[in-house]
Design a protein around this ligand. Structure first.
Ligand code: ATP
Ligand code: MG
Ligand code: MG
Ligand code: MG
Length: 571
């Protein structure tokens, strides 16, 4: 590419409302242009980097055996109603009506659509496992879009979904994805860490986040340099044990008093020891104004009380269990964190506080009387209870929960997330297959996301100096910049620059020839600002001595290299 034919639009100053380095530099370098809050145009220069990130993600996904498809960005509301997320998702979900007044959403994620495809197409265990992925623009109406493309409202995501005949096979694919993600972030040239995401537990976990390490990250990560322990502090904190710990079999009941929206209350309550909670029941009621109230019942014990059904709670007919959707919406936590939440049917009913208290009594009583409730097994209905580290107020130097060293604390940017969904969506959308005995079974499911556009910002957060961006070579918009001193004045320089340009192109190197009629200083500044890793300057004096000047983007000083060997030098 020649600068004269390209579209460089660098700025001296970043807009004053830009908050973090990557956002400032991306705007100054002209990689992106803002269209609205959290919504950006990728300019030709930025798009080159975005596409390189995408290509690496795609190559490694294909290599893992996953198959690419492309789902619609616009999704019918019916699917979201079927999964329960139409109610649950809240204002991050952008909803609209078409001209026939039918409801649609712009996809923030695609579990519903993919599950709908698979339930129609896959009927037999012989067609499993299958892993389908796409690279596509998502829309989430983030409450605080910020940091440029790192928390956009429209952003590019790679999202993959795998379907399995057994939990074991899901776990196998999960490991494949863990390894694939590690390869992707290594190839991208980023410093990253895989972090236990759901519980911060020391044992196995059904979810990992991949974080690019940078001070501007929004998440705190506790890690042990001497082992592979790493956990997202924020998430682990929500689960951290605290006193008082209820005794085995003891139930705790907390009633949201009428008039309270319950969120703050319940959030505090959730900090109760959840490590051995085998059952969490959220009960929903409405006050006179139709505002929902929650009571949360946590049951701790060494046997499970999972199969408490409304019918078994004799006489307590005036309540219902909260749906996962409501738990997430109103309690501000994912239902997974408090275990599967009861049976759900019907509409919201009014309950009195005493009803909840009675329910707590019932559960306590049932336990004390040794009334064992059956039909539950760990692993299927509940995550195995693993030890959860208490990471509240943790500081660097504290002992690591795995006992293998001391903790360090760093900040991270979530660039990837892998998740064992189990049967959550498959059950809701009735996605079943016939096993080898001809029995109908619900599919096991995993999902795997990568924030493709966020990666560009995150890479810059990790690689910049006072002159601008320093792109890792794998994702730089151009790998080499040729900067001729006097392209428009000297035929020798022009010929030498054009000849080198062709040689590099023939060698398969992404090269930008800066043939603009600009002052050398401003050409250097631009090439540095946009983060090109290698620069070759062609000047009269060097040329006369058969040399060109080479400078790596991180080098302090330039060195002279023989013109004949420069291509080999750059390869
Ligand atoms: P966050 O905690 O940052 O809000 P998330 O957990 O909501 O992210 P996921 O649902 O796990 O995001 O989506 C998969 C990936 O998509 C994330 O790991 C992240 O890299 C990317 N992503 C999520 N939200 C945004 C956003 N608003 N802008 C850019 N990338 C995003
Ligand atoms: Mg989010
Ligand atoms: Mg997250
Ligand atoms: Mg996530």
């Amino acid at each position: 590419m020649r600068s004269s034919q390209f579209f460089l639009s660098t700025l001296k100053e970043a807009p004053s409302d830009a908050e973090v380095v990557s956002q400032k530099l991306m705007l100054r370098a002209g990689l992106i242009k803002r269209a609205a809050a959290g919504i950006y145009t990728w300019m030709p220069l930025g798009l080159r980097t975005l596409r390189k990130v995408e290509a690496i993600v795609r190559e490694e996904m294909n290599r893992s055996g996953a198959l690419e498809l492309l789902m619609p960005a616009v999704q019918p509301a019916e699917l979201w109603q079927e999964s329960g997320r139409w109610e649950k998702y809240g204002p991050e979900l952008l909803r609209f009506k078409d001209r026939h007044q039918r409801d649609f959403v712009i996809g923030p994620t695609h579990e519903e659509v993919i599950t709908d495809v698979v339930r129609r197409e896959v009927k037999s265990y012989r067609q499993l496992p299958i892993h389908l992925y796409q690279v596509q623009s998502k829309f989430r109406d983030e409450i605080r879009p910020r940091f440029g493309v790192m928390r956009g409202r429209e952003f590019l995501m790679k999202d993959g979904y795998s379907f399995h005949a057994s939990f074991d096979d899901l776990k196998r694919e999960y490991q494949v994805m863990y390894d694939t993600y590690s390869r992707i972030f290594t190839r991208l040239g980023l410093q990253f860490r895989a972090v236990a995401a759901d519980t911060g537990s020391i044992g196995g976990t059904g979810s990992h986040e991949f974080h690019v390490l940078a001070d501007s990250g929004e998440d705190d990560i506790a890690y042990c340099p001497d082992s592979d322990y790493a956990a997202n502090v924020e998430l682990a904190e929500a689960l951290a044990p605290s006193t008082p710990r209820p005794a085995a079999g003891q139930a705790l009941a907390k009633v949201a008093t009428p008039g309270q929206t319950a969120c703050a209350d319940v959030a505090a309550f959730l900090k109760t020891d959840l490590t051995r909670v085998v059952k969490a029941i959220a009960v929903v009621s409405e006050d006179d104004e139709g505002k929902p109230h929650f009571a949360l019942l946590l049951v701790r014990g060494d046997h499970e009380l999972n199969e408490i059904k409304a019918s078994k709670l004799a006489g307590l007919t005036d309540f219902r269990f909260a749906s996962d959707a409501e738990v997430e919406q109103y309690l501000g936590c994912q239902p997974g964190y408090i275990g599967p939440v009861g049976v759900d049917a019907g509409k919201v009913r009014v309950i009195a506080d005493r009803t909840v208290a009675a329910m707590a009594d019932f559960v306590c009583g049932a336990n004390e009387a040794g009334f064992h409730l059956t039909g539950v097994n760990f692993g299927r209905d509940l995550a195995e209870p693993t030890e959860v580290a208490d990471l509240r107020n943790v500081v660097a130097g504290d002992p690591s929960p795995d006992g293998k060293g001391v903790l360090g604390i760093c900040r991270g940017i979530e660039v990837g997330h892998i998740f064992q969904l189990r049967t959550k969506y498959a059950e809701a959308l009735n996605c079943k297959f016939l096993d080898d005995n001809g029995r109908e079974q619900v599919m096991e499911m995993g999902c795997y996301g990568i924030g493709v556009s966020r990666i560009v910002g995150a890479a810059i957060e990790q690689n910049y100096d006072d002159k601008g961006i320093i792109f890792p070579a794998a994702i730089a918009p151009f790998t080499v910049a040729i900067v001729p001193m006097g392209y428009h004045k000297s035929e020798d320089i022009r010929d030498a620059a054009n000849a080198l340009y062709e040689e590099l192109q023939n060698a398969g190197i992404d090269v930008l020839l800066d043939d603009r009629n600009e002052r050398p200083g401003s050409m250097f500044a631009d090439m540095e600002l946009i983060g090109i890793p290698h620069r070759v300057v062609i000047g009269e004096k060097g040329l006369a001595a058969g040399q060109v000047e080479y400078k790596g983007r991180r080098d302090e000083v330039a060195t002279m290299v023989a013109r004949d060997t420069i291509v080999a030098h750059l390869l």
